[in-house]
Design a protein around this ligand. Structure first.
Ligand code: 1CP
Length: 344
């Protein structure tokens, strides 16, 4: 590791340093709330083309960093690139979201990770370019979906609020489900290690649908696969890892035991109640994205509260979930000013 890179504020927080001004980036910081993103999106044939064309993906990754000076850039890609690389048909229905050809038991036994590196080669090229174009103080974050979250899309063929299709499939076809999780664990380790080799400096794992897992299955569907990924990546690459189990509720305590470098807290976590209870080195979160839409005092009060609750401990300022499309750009500017004020 090069010495200078160790000075980046995000890496310092992830190593356990409490900074007076917390480092800042936002989940989904690239996307439709930005006019410059919408302009590029309108020119492209498909969302997949944006993700798999290094010139475009590099530019979209840089857009929010250029505008707001965030401390990290998150690679512009999508968690569903892994199913795509495993050979499942993927497209994005205009105005509706992702669609996949729903998986059958037979199709699961045919999934192979052999072509993942080749099919996702453009993503690694984007990362290499970003490391050259990013300013010295900005950290590049790579990411992947957690196996359960990715499996919910693979099994249903679309997003769903209750993960009904995946929950039923896991109960009725336990062998095929276990095989799917195993393939996803292995493919995700390959994918993340290749991201680090290309230049990603931090990794985040998105368990966006943690809330839909029944308590008695959290270990098998989520904690165990995530632990295998963290251990698998660490065996091959030296990189800090952030785990984001959105909606985990009291199960946050179980995610805490994975031993990731940081745990990202969602909007439902009351900070004052968890700070003492969690042992993970660094915490991240957890501004309500609606306060960012509202702006003004609603935003100010919450930023001050979060900064006060987290002062004196390693912390990265972020949202509790991704930024929403209707967010005014000026409110993001206001957030940056508030987070960077010296006194909280
Ligand atoms: O322009 C468009 O229509 C595309 C909208 C969009 C964008 C901007 C999608 C489709 N994906 C993305 C980028 C994306 N997705 C990033 C880029 C980096 C950044 O944060 O700026 C990341 C990290 C993701 C991760 C992702 N994709 C997650 C996990 C995070 C989360 O929000 O919980 C999930 C669940 C997805 C699936 C997905 N991809 C796109 C959509 C609209 C969705 C959600 C579908 C649903 O379940 O409703």
């Amino acid at each position: 590791m090069v010495g200078l890179e160790n000075d980046k504020v995000i890496l310092r927080a992830l190593r356990g340093e409490a900074l007076e001004v917390p480092p800042l980036w936002l989940m989904r910081q690239a996307g439709r709330y930005l006019p410059e993103y919408r302009a590029l999106r309108a020119k492209a044939k498909s969302f997949l083309e944006l993700c798999l064309t290094p010139d475009i993906a590099e530019e979209i990754t840089l857009q929010p960093v250029r505008r707001f000076g965030f401390d990290a850039a998150i690679l512009f890609a999508d968690i569903l690139l892994v199913p795509y690389a495993l050979g499942q048909k993927l497209w994005f229905q205009e105005g509706e979201g992702p669609r996949l050809e729903p998986l059958t038991v037979d199709a699961i036994s045919g999934l192979t990770r052999a072509e993942v590196p080749e099919r996702l080669a453009p993503v690694f090229e984007t990362i290499r370019r970003l490391r050259k174009s990013l300013a010295g103080e900005t950290t590049l974050i790579g990411f992947a979906g957690a196996p359960w979250t990715v499996a919910t899309y693979m099994i249903a063929g679309a997003g769903s609020d209750d993960s009904a299709a995946a929950r039923l499939f896991a109960l009725k076809e336990p062998k095929a489900f276990a095989r799917l999780i195993d393939v996803l664990v292995d493919a995700t380790v390959d994918y993340l290690v290749a991201q680090v080799s290309a230049g990603a400096e931090v990794l985040q794992l998105f368990e966006s649908w943690a809330a839909t897992i029944p308590a008695e299955s959290v270990a098998v569907y989520s904690i165990d696969p995530l632990t295998r990924i963290v251990e698998g990546v660490r065996a091959k690459a030296s990189v800090p890892i952030i785990v984001f189990p959105r909606g985990a509720g009291s199960n946050y305590l179980r995610y805490d035991a994975i031993g990731a470098d940081a745990l990202s807290l969602d909007t439902h976590v009351l900070l004052d109640s968890v700070v003492g209870a969690l042992k993970t080195t660094c915490l991240q979160g957890n501004l309500d994205p609606f306060r960012l839409i509202a702006g003004g005092k609603a935003l100010e009060d919450s930023v001050r509260h979060i900064r006060r609750a987290m002062s004196g401990r390693p912390f990265i300022f972020n949202l509790g979930h991704g930024i929403r499309q209707e967010t005014p750009v000026e409110h993001v500017q206001q957030l940056v000013r508030l987070v960077r004020e010296k006194a909280a």
